[in-house]
Design a binder for this molecule. Structure first.
Ligand code: FMN
Length: 189
């Protein structure tokens, strides 16, 4: 696969500080632009629930595997900064028949989203699987196995989308290699 000018080299197998494995962490709402504007839904997880090594990662795009889990709670709602209400269904709509509760490849953004001028660092996961409903309040366990590129700023939404689509292709390709595939089981409960 062709490298873009800013791409990091991906080694034959995960190299320090990878792999980094999380515990199950809560999925919270972000600003909601991912799904609506970019067509790339992301699950946000709280930084403070991640292993300390995660704090030291450079801002950029990473990849690994992720596993979702439902949380047994009644729906609640939360008010987002932009005034919209978000329903937390705690993963009630996740379906076994759609393979939603299996392990899937994931691309992650560890960043400040310069395109959107965010101030705080966020960790967002885009799971490479087609979900039929959202799952705020569910939990996700994931690992980080390598890095793809630094976080960049873009002049247009289209350029950002193009690059994320390339990130997805790169992640799928690498994660299908045996040296990386074997780390799937790290997130298996
Ligand atoms: C794989 C991936 C790569 C991303 N790379 C960048 C980037 O280089 N620069 C940037 O400003 N935002 C990047 N983003 C973040 C998007 O801008 C972000 O998903 C968007 O701000 C939506 O966030 P929201 O759901 O909190 O609104 C990336 C997101 C993903 C999933």
């Amino acid at each position: 696969m062709e490298l873009r000018p800013n791409d990091w080299l991906i080694p034959e197998e995960p190299e320090s500080p990878f792999p980094i494995v999380t515990n199950f962490c809560d999925i919270e709402f972000g600003f909601g632009r991912g799904s609506a504007e970019l067509g790339i839904p992301t699950a946000n997880v709280p930084l403070e629930q991640l292993p300390p090594e995660t704090q030291d990662l450079e801002l950029g795009v990473y990849f690994g595997y992720a596993l979702l889990k439902r949380v047994n709670r009644e729906d609640t709602t939360a008010l987002r900064n932009d005034g919209r209400t978000v329903t937390y269904n705690y993963g009630k709509l996740l379906k076994e028949t759609n393979d939603d509760l299996k392990i899937h490849p994931v691309v992650l953004s560890v960043g400040k989203n310069p395109f959107y001028h965010n101030k705080l660092k966020t960790v967002e996961l885009h799971i490479l699987h087609h979900f039929q409903a959202d799952f705020y309040g569910a939990q996700v366990k994931f690992n980080l196995l390598g890095r793809i590129r630094p976080e960049l700023n873009y002049n247009s939404k289209e350029a950002l989308i193009d690059d994320i689509n390339k990130d997805k292709l790169i992640a799928s390709e690498i994660l299908s290699r045996p040296n990386y595939l074997k780390y799937q089981k790290q997130v298996d409960h």
